[in-house]
Design a protein around this ligand. Structure first.
Ligand code: PLP
Length: 489
């Protein structure tokens, strides 16, 4: 039966089951809240708990959907223009694991940006694939990794014609988009699959003022964090794919491998309702968020000492387009690091940013915001700027970080082989030629210097020491001082 976008077939089936007054002799054990401690029952509420249901015939099968879950997923596919959409209950992390497992197996190459989110590295570890890294462009003013350019992709696919897939992060956390359409054409010409980490793009479809979404750009598969940007519950994500280059039954098998056999129905229903909300009101809600964010950007740029980048960056290397709802505020003009400003805003102004790095704070404006919240943010930033005006001790610039960034070392083992089996710690200064068994990352711009399976070079050791002397913080290895490093035995 074909449903309309105004309907929510999964939620409707759940409500029907509850209203039917069935006595549940099935999981979850709390039996619609009745067996739960009153503290938790009160916290969540009886109505929601009644909907905490399980895989029974009329509520479909999460792994092999045929009923209300399938109907809800089909509506998502129709809305986003995909051939198939899948609900994911462990975030885009779970979606990315499945995308990678479905396209690159043990020993097969997958091309990924060096500033890959940990879920991408995690997926590569799980699959046993061999990563081929592409360096993203870096904006030195913002100390931030932007997109990878089509030229970088073209060079990498030409050098690695045996690679199975190319994974692109688009847009980045900070809302920067690359020329995805061009990249898709290049990758497809080389008969490889295009995977997109679209964690930050579930809203792109709903405004012409936003970058093109992955499926519309011709990508084969993407994963979106519906919970991050639109109205789904935390951990609820979507995977969308096109037929052709993706083996859909195999993808389904990989989604089963990476997800629980006991999905949380309230979380699944949140995807059904969030999809309906976007279908009905998405354009209006997203246009409003864009207007709010653009207003915030204009006002922030009037505050002495603050910079809020925007469309003027379009055309710079790695910046083809931009999502204005990501409001990045560069605070170096106040003599503060992003982390310091984040703490002050939280504790003195009760304003919490999404994240901070050395130079910047990121504020997300979504369909949950109004003029009221933006006014509070603007007042807090104006007062912060008034109270803090001292020169910025730019340890990153002094240490030379980001300016002479060393090339990724040679990958000699898959990250999976490097991580498992016997490893031991040795002095970092004596580790040239050894195979690294952990990740070493420097912030900003959050690009790993070493990944598991890479051969450690003198250049990397010297670079790390130079950064440390400049006062930069290294993250990732068990010994963050980098006196020692874990290597493969
Ligand atoms: C670029 C990127 N990819 C993937 C993820 C993982 O998404 P999720 O938190 O939905 O698992 C994140 C989360 O922050 C992200 O920023």
């Amino acid at each position: 039966m074909a449903f309309k976008q105004t309907e929510t077939p999964l939620l409707a089936a759940m409500e029907h089951y509850v209203q039917d007054g069935v006595i549940p002799f099935h999981t979850p054990g709390h039996k619609q809240g009745k067996g739960m401690h009153p503290t938790l029952e009160k916290l969540i509420g009886k109505q929601a708990l009644a909907l905490d249901l399980a895989l029974i015939e009329e509520l479909d099968d999460f792994y092999e959907p045929y009923g209300c879950i399938k109907d809800a997923q089909d509506l998502a596919a129709q809305l986003y223009g995909a051939d198939h959409s899948f609900f994911v209950i462990n975030g885009t992390t779970g979606g990315i694991y499945a995308m990678i497992l479905a396209t690159a197996g043990p020993g097969e190459k997958i091309i990924v940006p060096r500033n890959a989110h940990r879920s991408i590295i995690g997926g590569i570890i799980l699959s046993g694939a061999i990563p081929v890294f592409m360096q993203p462009e870096i904006d030195h003013q913002l100390g931030m990794a932007m997109g990878v350019t089509p030229e970088t992709v073209a060079k990498t696919v030409t050098e690695h014609p045996d690679a199975k897939a190319v994974l692109i992060i688009n847009p980045t956390y900070y809302g920067v988009a690359t020329d995805l359409k061009k990249i898709v054409d290049i990758v497809h010409q080389h008969n490889m699959v295009v995977l997109v980490d679209e964690a930050h793009g579930p809203h792109l479809k709903f405004s012409h003022r936003l970058p093109i979404q992955a499926i519309d750009a011709g990508a084969d598969i993407c994963a979106q964090s519906s919970h991050k940007i639109i109205g789904a519950l935390t951990q609820a994500s979507l995977v969308h794919c096109r037929e052709g280059r993706i083996n859909v039954p195999h993808l389904k098998a990989m989604l089963q491998l990476t997800q629980s056999s006991s999905p949380n129905y309230i979380m699944l229903a949140s995807l059904d309702v969030a999809r309906m909300q976007m279908a009905v009101d998405g354009e209006e809600l997203i246009e409003k968020s864009i207007d709010l964010a653009n207003w915030a950007r204009t006002e922030i740029n009037k505050i002495p000492g603050l910079i809020c980048f925007g469309a003027e960056k379009i055309g710079n290397p790695g910046v083809f387009d931009f999502d204005p709802t990501k409001v990045t505020v560069t605070v170096t003009g106040l003599g503060l690091t992003g982390a310091e400003a984040e703490r002050i805003l939280r504790h003195e102004y009760k304003v919490q940013a999404e994240l901070s790095d050395i130079y910047n704070l990121l504020f997300m404006i979504t369909l949950g915001d109004s003029e009221y919240e933006v006014k509070i943010l603007l007042a807090a930033l104006a007062d912060l700027a008034l109270k803090h005006a001292k020169p910025f001790d730019d340890v990153a610039a002094k240490s030379g970080a980001n300016t002479h960034y060393p090339a990724p070392p040679q990958v000699v083992l898959s990250p999976r082989d490097a991580l498992f089996g016997s490893t031991h710690s040795i002095m970092f200064d004596d580790s040239v030629g050894m195979i690294c068994a952990e990740i070493v990352t420097i912030y900003p711009p959050g690009i790993p210097l070493l990944c598991p399976g890479e051969s450690i070079t003198q250049e990397i050791i010297d670079y790390c020491r130079q950064l440390q002397q400049g006062g930069m913080h290294i993250s990732g290895p068990e010994d963050c001082t980098l006196k020692t490093i874990k290597v493969k035995q």
